[in-house]
Design a protein around this ligand. Structure first.
Ligand SMILES: *Cc1c(COP(=O)(O)O)cnc(C)c1O
Length: 389
């Protein structure tokens, strides 16, 4: 049986896979089982931050692989401590908890918010406000946080205590804060799965004011927007925000699973011995790789992200078949006249891998994609968007 047939027989049918098998990657290029080459503008959903098999990242991982692959969190290990130190130095956050995925990072943030509020204001202050069209993960609790009914169907009852306000609607948030006993507000700086929609500066300012005045924790989900994706190290740095909790995953692992929950001054003492934990969390190999990736996301790379972003916004604006361009940095959504799914399939035929988010075409290229490949891929997308269906 072929890989496709075996997959169909033995893998749970949770994914609508594209009809190709990826067998190799190098930088921003990928190859399928027939040897066909693709420019990858998806990065494994914002994961391969420096593309596939980046030599520096491979070296960092390999060195640790030969040192020790795992102990447990009963012992000290250097890679996770060094990674935590760098994260705190570069964000001003105070403490770090390591898990293994975005959902786990958010689970940690939610536990922190509940414990902080329970100790400070009382157990009845458990409500967390999140946004309509948000995406925070697939566990029962992070699904409850996710403000999209389509993901909730058939899994109820979900964890209680989550209410949703439309993005960029401050009045709606204020109303929920008045109506419920609120522990935290949790938002993505740019809604990823929800359609590549950035928050407005005014909305962010309002959220910060509410959080400060009412001692409500501000949780920023940077699982997709983090680690340079928006042109700043973290997406919230584009706004006047001082979060209490920042979660990240995806890109910082460079391809290995890691989930990170960073705690600011107000929240740093909430987690106490025994209150949370993870067997794999802070695994030395994942942490050594992530430390390398974090060090590579320097000012020069962030500048490059900004320049490539400006290029893409300018290039796509007003082109036939492209109705609008949204997003920030190298996280870009295109509203197109043809259905997004059709564009994804046609681009793939022409050797360019792109994603969708709701009804949009979504681009998440490796941050270090060479300009020449980015231009080539953009030309293909413009050609396809302008074709008659
Ligand atoms: C992908 C994503 C998650 C979930 O991450 P997993 O690693 O799949 O658990 C959570 N929040 C946001 C914003 C994401 O984009």
């Amino acid at each position: 049986m072929s890989i496709k047939e075996l997959d169909s027989q033995y893998i749970a049918h949770t994914y609508n896979r594209f009809p190709l098998e990826i067998v190799k990657g190098e930088g921003s290029l990928m190859w399928d089982e027939t040897g066909k080459e693709y420019i990858d503008l998806g990065s494994g959903i914002a994961v391969n931050l420096l593309g596939a098999c980046d030599p520096g990242w491979v070296r960092a991982v390999e060195e640790q692989l030969h040192q020790v692959q795992h102990t447990s969190n009963l012992f000290y290990t250097a890679p996770q401590v060094k990674l935590a130190e760098q994260l705190c130095l570069r964000t001003g956050m105070k403490k770090v908890f390591f898990g293994n995925s975005g959902a786990e990072a958010n689970e940690c943030a939610i536990k922190v918010a509940r414990k902080y509020a329970a100790e400070k204001k009382g157990e009845e202050y458990f409500t967390i406000i999140t946004l309509v069209n948000s995406f925070h993960g697939r566990t029962i609790t992070t699904l409850a946080a996710t403000g999209q009914e389509v993901f909730h169907q058939d899994f109820k009852p979900l964890t209680s205590g989550f209410v949703h306000a439309p993005a960029n609607d401050l009045a709606a948030v204020e109303q929920l804060v008045a109506q419920y006993k609120v522990a935290a507000i949790m938002v993505e700086p740019v809604q990823g799965e929800g359609g590549v929609l950035p928050l407005t500066a005014e909305f962010c300012k309002g959220l910060q004011k509410i959080a400060d005045e009412q001692d409500i924790l501000l949780i920023i989900d940077e699982v997709q927007t983090g680690n340079g994706r928006t042109g700043k190290l973290y997406g919230y740095m584009n706004f006047d925000l001082h979060p209490d909790v920042v979660t990240t995953a995806k890109g910082i692992g460079g391809g290995l699973p890691i989930g990170i929950c960073m705690l600011g001054e107000r929240a740093e003492a909430v987690l106490t011995p025994g209150s949370h934990g993870s067997t794999f969390g802070g695994n030395p190999i994942a942490a050594a790789g992530a430390l390398h990736i974090l060090n590579r996301v320097n000012d020069a790379l962030l500048q490059e992200v900004q320049e490539k972003s400006d290029y893409l916004f300018k290039t796509f604006a007003g082109k036939p078949g492209i109705k609008s361009v949204s997003g920030m940095g190298l996280m870009i959504g295109l509203e197109t006249e043809r259905p997004a799914g059709e564009i994804v399939a046609r681009c793939r035929e022409l050797g360019v891998l792109v994603l969708t988010a709701k009804t949009k075409v979504r681009l998440l290229p490796p941050l270090n994609i060479p300009m020449e490949l980015l231009k080539k891929a953009a030309d293909v997308i413009i050609k396809v968007a302008g074709e008659k269906a």
